[in-house]
Each structure stands twice: as C-alpha cells, then as structure tokens.
Design a protein around this ligand. Structure first.
Ligand code: ZN
Length: 102
C-alpha cells in the first residue's frame, strides 16, 4: 500500500500543519481534511513505498526507464515498473493506457 503525505492547506493543528503520513489503499479517495482537527489538507508528495529508501540515482534511473517505456508506448511495462516502485498513480495511468479497466 502506498504512503501518502498530507499537509494543511492553510492553518491546521500541530499534527497536520507539519504534515503527516498516512497509509491508504490504492482505491481509497484522497483525504481532504485532517483526521484530528478537520482543517483542509492537500496531498504533498507521494513517497516511494514504505521501507524502500532508494538513493536518488536509482530514482533517476527508474524515471528514465519509465519515461522510455512510456515514449515507446509500452504501457504495461511502464505500469508494472511503476507499480513495483510504489508509484501507484503512475501505474494506474499506464494500466489504463494499456487497456486495463479498473
Ligand atoms: Zn489538523
């Protein structure tokens, strides 16, 4: 499951004003409010899946590979790679382009 980071849009409590991580199922709708205080939050960065702390070089290599697949129209390859790397939204996009229906 991907980890999403959210941060308060404007003013929030001590929990959301500094940003918080939450583990969500892929199908879950994104949060719009802080679970503690109800302030509006937006998604900050989608991190790589939990427990993978990849060095930047690898992230760059991954990005190049993904972009390569996408340029070539190899959507299912790109989707699988994105999926494995915790890039769920990207994977979803590519799966759709590959003709999968969810
Ligand atoms: Zn809050």
């Amino acid at each position: 499951m991907p980890i999403y980071e959210y941060i308060a849009v404007d003013k929030g409590c001590s929990y959301c004003s500094r940003g918080f991580d939450t583990l969500q199922k892929f199908a879950d709708a994104p949060l719009t409010t802080c679970p503690k205080c109800g302030a509006s939050v937006r998604r900050a960065i989608t991190r790589f899946a939990a427990c993978i702390n990849e060095p930047d070089e690898e992230a760059v290599a991954l990005e190049e590979k993904l972009t390569g697949y996408e340029k070539e129209g190899r959507w299912s390859h790109a989707a699988e790679l994105a999926d494995k790397s915790g890039l769920q939204e990207r994977a979803m996009d590519n799966y759709k382009k590959a003709g999968y229906n969810f």
